[in-house]
Ligand binder design. Structure first.
Ligand code: B16
Ligand code: MG
Length: 242
């Protein structure tokens, strides 16, 4: 019998590469604040809320702002980000994503989005992905940001499933932590070095089918009930489940 019935997807860095647009927008804000901001610094902003991202940027630059100024900078960052996003096309979807979602739906899995972004609906529209999801939980629907499990718990609830029936796909350490705190298995999208706590790793979705993900989570160290942080990794160039 199948162990899992629902799949919960993060958006930025899992389905679509919007991280570069977040980076460009924050870099512009950093420039206005006289803060040097590098791609390495940007890694710290992945998966965290807009306000928390600004706070990290201010920490990097050793700057402090009052609440009103912080809100203004967040609004300004979003304006810059949206200018990029409005030009987003279907082709911005990461390789294999559309096929993976379609295949999983056909096999009866319920799908939900669990993203920190308040722009998730707009991005799903631009990518013509809205119809793929049974539920969308985004930054507008939660009060606590990842690593709090709220976004994934609400996703599982919206699908009518128990946490242990769901697999979370995440590219950020805060998201892997959120999945585990919510009682769910977490597949990291990226590398084992970047996501040491994930129950399994995929370099991406190209050539991957859901059966291979289930096998990865059930096999060897990744078996259900074993401590998180173990699990298999499928590296680039060795797609599975074809
Ligand atoms: P917004 P995810 C996250 O999306 C991004 O990874 C993170 O960099 C961003 O700050 C956050 O959304 C908020 O986004 O400014 O659009 O509300 O990875 O959880 O899908
Ligand atoms: Mg992400």
């Amino acid at each position: 019998m199948r162990m899992y019935r629902g799949l919960l997807f993060d958006l930025d860095g899992v389905l679509v590469d919007t991280a570069k647009y977040h980076y460009l927008a924050w870099k512009e804000i950093a420039g206005r604040l006289g803060i040097v901001f590098t791609p390495k610094d940007n890694e710290r902003l992945k998966g965290v809320s807009r306000m928390r991202s600004l706070e990290i940027l201010l920490e990097i630059g050793g700057r402090k702002l009052d609440r009103k100024a912080k809100e203004q900078y967040c609004e300004e960052k979003n304006r810059i980000y949206l200018n990029h996003i409005r030009r987003l096309e279907r082709s911005a979807l990461l390789p294999g994503v559309r096929e993976f979602l379609r295949d999983a739906r056909k096999k009866g899995y319920l799908l939900a989005l669990g993203s920190a972004s308040r722009n998730a609906s707009l991005i799903l529209d631009r990518l013509e992905l809205n119809a793929c999801f049974d539920a969308v939980i985004d930054g507008n629907a939660v009060s606590k940001a990842k690593p709090d499990p709220e976004v994934f718990r609400k996703g599982a609830q919206a699908l009518g499933l128990k946490p242990r029936e769901c697999i979370v796909f995440e590219d950020a350490p805060a998201g892997i932590e959120a999945a585990h705190a919510g009682g769910m298995r977490a597949v990291g999208i990226g590398s084992r070095e970047g996501l040491p706590e994930a129950d399994g790793i995929l370099a991406g979705f190209a050539g991957v089918r859901i059966e291979a993900v289930e096998a990865m989570l059930a096999g060897g160290d990744g078996a259900a009930g074993n401590p998180a942080g173990s699990g298999f990794a499928f590296g680039e160039g060795s797609p599975v489940g074809q």
